[in-house]
Design a protein around this ligand. Structure first.
Ligand SMILES: C[S@@+](CC[C@H](N)C(=O)[O-])C[C@H]1O[C@@H](n2cnc3c(N)ncnc32)[C@H](O)[C@@H]1O
Length: 421
């Protein structure tokens, strides 16, 4: 496979690219991303729309994907190898989780392409996994293929990102240079309840006086506070707001189904009746006025299937004319308590945001809804015109929560670029 390389720009090969937070940071710093990969089709759609067509959809453990990597010597290989197996949010994390070994795919690529630098990103939990043995092993493996390796835990808030987000950045080079980490520009000047706040690890101690205060959630997303959520782009003055959709489940109680229901059974049942009625999924979406929701009633792949709520069920019954088999199970609701406290957390307003995660966003300080896709994206420093693609807004939240904040990635990239020169 060949690709014309833009003259003078240092080049990047990107693994586990996701929606492209890290890639966009490198692009903004003046790098040319020549090839990228991810196996999540929604992430790849987002990437293509905003960054470029050079991303390949596929599983990196497959030789067929490796074959599509251009035969060049890139300046940098980047990759946020999957973190689920490592995450402290994941109670069942284990040294044996097979996803833990995906970093070996990155090692394979680096060994073959011999980039001058590599940058890998991961969650904080990687440092304590196996009592520190996992990170030791990863560093040892990178060293074995000829790299001088360092790793540091960086808090994005210390770099002007309006979010407390601690992530480990492993940087390595084979050109006998230092592994450059950006110097913090911000610090927390407002400790809560008199709690002493740790100064960021400065690397340049004399600069501490210049540090600005952390950027608050309020200053980052204030302009969206009173804008109604919407699936469609919203025109506000001469600006267009994209992806300002959000869940409105903000209470500690919710109406849940009284009886257990199996989504696969319901899906098969609805599919059968839809075929009988000769009505397409698209048509049903049109009737309900939903963008994609109805489609999810008829699918069980990708864990994205759903069961219609009682009023949709009744409406659907009139259209498809199905029998009473599942009526009671689907439509009998009772009030239930939300079990996970995490899902009831309210977003900070006058401090840096809590970490934007890949699951349910926190409740907006107005208590009426959760943080919107756009608000999460802004806190992750994605630009306003970066449009997320995906069959559901949950998929978009996942892409955003998985990303490296664009601004932090850019600062790292600038440092590396200087060293390449
Ligand atoms: C932590 S996210 C990376 C986010 C990205 N660095 C960014 O800044 O937006 C990890 C990504 O690895 C992808 N992934 C996981 N296993 C994969 C595999 N076997 N092949 C390709 N991609 C994979 C996931 O779909 C996910 O998008």
């Amino acid at each position: 496979m060949t690709k014309s390389i833009k003259k003078n720009k240092p080049t990047v090969i990107s693994l586990f690219a996701g929606a492209g937070g890290m890639d966009l940071g490198f692009k903004k710093a003046g790098f040319d991303i020549v090839w990228a990969n991810d196996f999540d089709s929604d992430s790849v759609k987002t990437y293509k729309k905003n960054i470029g067509d050079h991303i390949v959809l596929g599983d990196i453990t497959k030789p067929s994907v490796h074959k599509t990597i251009p035969k060049i010597k890139p300046d940098v290989v980047i990759g946020g190898f999957p973190c689920q197996g490592f995450s402290i949010a994941n109670v069942g994390r284990s040294e044996k989780d097979e996803r833990n070994f995906l970093y070996k795919e990155m090692i394979k690529v680096i060994k073959k392409l011999q980039p001058k630098y590599f940058v890998a990103e991961n969650v904080k939990g990687i440092l304590s996994l196996g009592k520190g043995k996992v990170i030791e092993l990863i560093v040892k493996d990178f060293k074995k293929i000829g790299y001088h390796v360092d790793y540091k835990l960086l808090n994005a808030a210390n770099y002007g990102v309006p979010q407390m987000r601690e992530r480990v950045f492993i940087i390595g080079n084979r050109i006998k240079k230092s592994n450059p980490y950006p110097v913090p520009t911000h610090r927390d000047h407002n400790p809560i309840n008199g709690k002493k706040v740790k100064l960021p690890d400065l690397f340049e101690k004399d600069k501490s006086a210049d540090l600005k205060n952390w950027v608050t959630t309020e200053s980052a997303i204030f302009d969206l506070k009173d804008v109604d959520i919407s699936y469609d782009p919203i025109k506000k003055g001469n600006k267009i707001i994209y992806n300002h959709m959000a869940d409105t489940n903000v209470h500690d109680e919710f109406w849940g189904r009284k009886y257990p229901v199996n989504q696969f059974d319901i899906c098969d049942y609805l599919k059968m009746w839809r075929k009988k009625a000769g009505i397409s999924v698209k048509k049903i979406d049109q009737i309900f006025g939903y963008r994609h929701t109805a489609g999810h009633w008829f699918r069980k792949d990708n864990n994205s299937g759903s069961i219609p709520n009682p009023s949709d069920w009744k409406r659907l019954k009139k259209i498809l004319k199905f029998d009473n088999k599942y009526d009671k199970q689907v439509t009998t609701l009772i009030k239930k308590k939300i079990k996970f406290e995490q899902s009831l957390r309210i977003q900070n307003w006058d401090r840096a945001s809590d970490t934007i995660t890949a699951t349910s966003p926190e409740i907006h300080p107005n208590l009426k809804r959760r943080m919107s896709v756009r608000e999460c994206a802004t806190i992750q420093t994605f630009p306003d015109d970066f449009i997320f693609e995906g069959s559901t807004h949950r998929s978009m939240i996942k892409q955003i929560g998985n990303a490296v904040p664009v601004h932090l990635a850019k600062l790292i990239a600038i440092k590396i670029k200087k060293n390449l020169n």
